[in-house]
Design a protein around this ligand. Sequence first.
Ligand SMILES: *Cc1c(COP(=O)(O)O)cnc(C)c1O
Length: 355
Amino acid sequence: MLDIKFNLATEKKSKPDPNNLSFGKYYTDNMFVMDYTEGIGWHDARIVPYEPISLDPAAMVFHYAQESFEGLKAYRTPNGEIQLFRPDRNAARMQSTHQRMCIPQIPVEDFIQACKALVSVEKDWVPSVEGTSLYIRPFVIATEPHLGVKPSDTYLFMIIASPVGAYYEEGINPVKIYVEDEYVRATPGGTGFIKCGGNYAASLISQVKAHDLGYSQVLWLDGIEKKYVEEVGSMNCFFKIGGVIYTAPTCGTVLPGVTRMSCIELLNKWGYTVSEERLPITDIIAASKEGKLEEIFGTGTAAVISPVGELRYEDEVVVVNNGKIGELTQKLYDTLTGIQWGKIPDEMGWTVKVD
Ligand SMILES: *Cc1c(COP(=O)(O)O)cnc(C)c1O
């Protein structure tokens, strides 16, 4: 149990229009902070007014990117309660990130307690308009001022929160995806399976390229052969071909998404076969030509489920399901969002109430 001190903002910001939130634009009145000092451990958990922080310019995070982050949401249910979705999975994933990044561990219970405490303080910030939520961003940065390369002796764990609308401006409409055949996101032995900012820094160039060509996201291929499909930007990716659902295996180069895992569990419950065999991009193109490519969708906390309406790979353009959302994609979206927003019973035991 953390002993959290509360020193809350006395002045409250005015709330943004809940119908026009976009993503990650507004922040709540307070934030959670906790320090780590070598020899002492994690200490001084506190919730304080949201404000800029001051760091030494030599802080190691600025130079060698030793940091981790997570992303989850707090949802307002129809009866006004607030709930989180599988926060234990985010806590566990942050632990695997920390193991890889040589960052000291945060106990799962402490991570959940901290998230709940901040959301509880910021209840008024959890919007109730359809599709909106309070996005929670826990992160850890290396703060020791030091220019040699080594793990930091000091860290800052912070949680900020942002009321958000739908992730994509297009809403639930299918997105157009560019298959990246030049740059790679992850290789075996690297950091593709963890949530660290460096993965994103290295992916920007492809995102810019895709945008310039009129595509909203990048589909990554494996880093060795550039043959097998891995993920879509910040989402895991699913393909329905001839009745079978494929998604890339999470064995080192793919981020093990909580939404991915939840979709697999639902699909299995509904009797579908989910294959985690590696799937070549050329098989997807071939399936499309044979009329067997039924649906493609991305999964992630921010967008929940995002249907893919078009894929471009080299000179080939594949239109999926006539550019419309597929039946199974819609069912997964309705079920997951139904559970997350408390509109349908949570038979899976995935939601956690915030008092
Ligand atoms: C966070 C993330 C995902 C999605 O994970 P969720 O737990 O479902 O939000 C997928 N891919 C990458 C690269 C990510 O960073």
